[in-house]
Design a protein around this ligand. Structure first.
Ligand SMILES: C[S@@+](CC[C@H](N)C(=O)[O-])C[C@H]1O[C@@H](n2cnc3c(N)ncnc32)[C@H](O)[C@@H]1O
Length: 415
């Protein structure tokens, strides 16, 4: 470690090694310098090698932070970003994607820039991230209170992008799941349905739901119903009207027949997809298809949407053991990005590394990473943070969720 700089031999020939930490075989790179130059130096070694890029550039807030100035004329901001996005593109894998976080100051210009560099046809999503509540000083500005960031998602090639579908935990129970199926393993023709509340009351030793409510109190009984339903999710169903215009011919025929014989259950087997089950003209949907084990307990999950209001920004001040006021992003946010756009072992890059969040998260999730930061806080914030991660002494952020307990290493380099 330390000593006179040496030019990295072989594929990383463009970078100069300064020092390293942890496993000497580790390839992860913490690059101290301007990201335009650094991205250029990553070529040709990393051409087409990066599966996921997360960028959290200066938002052009008009402020001057302790660590960096964030006030540019709009054209100047554009002139800063454009060549950096262009320099990133050749590094992305064909099945890779780039995520850029921004607030509404630069949202429109950034979208145009991304369209120009990555192609509007490769635009995947504009995700709204709810990062604060409408309290405090922000509420006194004229107009609606700004509480969101945006995450612009572009694939290198939308046809080739490999998205890893994500889910989020639903808050509370879904009351539409209100029917109990006695015998899910029996032939559908023999299925018997009754109200969920009645079935749970009986399981709790009460003759009826009304009796259970009287004995336990309404709130406690409802909580027991929901807990029971989650544990026995194979028995719990809802009925949902199919969108007639959105289903195929065969499914329509089944729906029509089911309307004529509403007590019968009809099953249409489908190749590679769950069967289409209908009763009384309605689809039978199982709660079990929406339940996953989360933190050791069953929870109802829903597909991830383009509104993320479930990743708190409050309470992250101590994450990573670094103070980077207003700029640090939650580890859980970056973890979600990496989970949807990369697999273990893939390369991840963050050219605006800041306090090191993306590198810390990538490390804990078993990705290989490259982080670039031009500020002096690379040495005072990001590097010490990553040393703690490697040494297994950072219990914050996603550490417990990933089960990461240390290991690996990284090289600090300059372009
Ligand atoms: C919004 S912060 C990133 C915060 C980061 N996501 C985190 O969680 O800590 C933007 C960072 O980009 C850095 N930066 C700005 N221009 C840069 C450039 N040309 N090259 C490298 N880093 C740059 C700034 O110093 C700052 O640390």
């Amino acid at each position: 470690m330390g000593g006179a700089p040496e030019v990295l031999a072989g594929p990383l020939g463009g970078l100069t090694r300064v020092r390293a930490h942890g496993d000497p075989a580790a390839e992860n790179l913490l690059v101290h310098g301007d990201n335009l130059e650094a991205l250029a130096r990553l070529r040709p070694r990393f051409d087409g090698a990066i599966r996921c890029a997360y960028l959290d550039p200066p938002y052009n807030t008009g402020r001057t932070f302790a660590e960096y100035a964030d006030a540019r004329a709009p054209a100047e901001w554009d002139a800063m970003m454009r060549p950096r996005l262009a320099a990133l593109r050749p590094l992305l894998a064909d099945d890779g994607a780039v995520f850029v976080e921004i607030d509404d100051t630069q949202l429109a210009p950034l979208t145009l820039l991304m369209d120009a560099v990555f192609g509007a046809h490769n635009r995947v999503s504009t995700i709204t991230i709810v990062r604060s509540a409408p309290t405090g000083h922000k509420a006194i500005n004229a107009g609606p209170v700004h509480v969101s960031d945006f995450l612009l998602v572009y694939a290198k090639d939308k046809k080739k992008w490999r998205y890893r579908p994500q889910v989020r935990v639903r808050e509370g129970f879904d009351p539409a799941y209100s029917t109990w199926l006695e015998d899910p393993d029996a032939k559908p023709a023999r299925w018997r349905f009754r109200p969920l509340r009645a079935a749970v009351a009986e399981a709790l030793g009460h003759p009826t739901a009304r009796a259970a409510t009287r004995a336990l109190g309404r709130e406690a009984f409802v909580a027991r119903v929901h807990a029971h339903a989650l544990r026995k999710a194979r028995h719990v169903v809802r009925f949902a009207q199919p969108r007639y215009e959105a289903i195929g011919q065969a499914a329509r025929r089944v729906v029509d027949r089911s309307r004529e014989a509403p007590e019968r259950v009809f099953v249409l087997e489908r190749d590679g997809r769950p069967p289409f089950i209908v009763r009384g003209g309605n689809r039978v949907l199982f709660l079990a298809d929406k339940v996953r084990e989360v933190g050791g307990a069953p929870a109802i999950v829903e597909p991830l949407t383009n509104v993320w209001d479930d990743v708190p920004f409050q309470g992250i001040a101590r994450e990573g053991g670094v103070v980077f006021t207003r700029n640090k992003k939650p580890e859980r946010l970056v973890a979600r990005v990496l989970a949807m756009a990369s697999d273990p072992g893939d390369w991840v890059v963050d050219p605006f590394l800041g306090s090191g969040t993306t590198a810390a998260v990538a490390h804990k999730m078993g990705r290989r990473w490259i982080g670039v930061e031009s500020g002096e806080h690379l040495a005072t914030l990001a590097e010490p943070r990553l040393r703690r991660v490697v040494d297994g002494v950072d219990p914050t952020g996603i550490t417990a969720a990933t089960g990461f307990s240390g290991g690996g290493g990284f090289v600090v380099a300059i372009p």
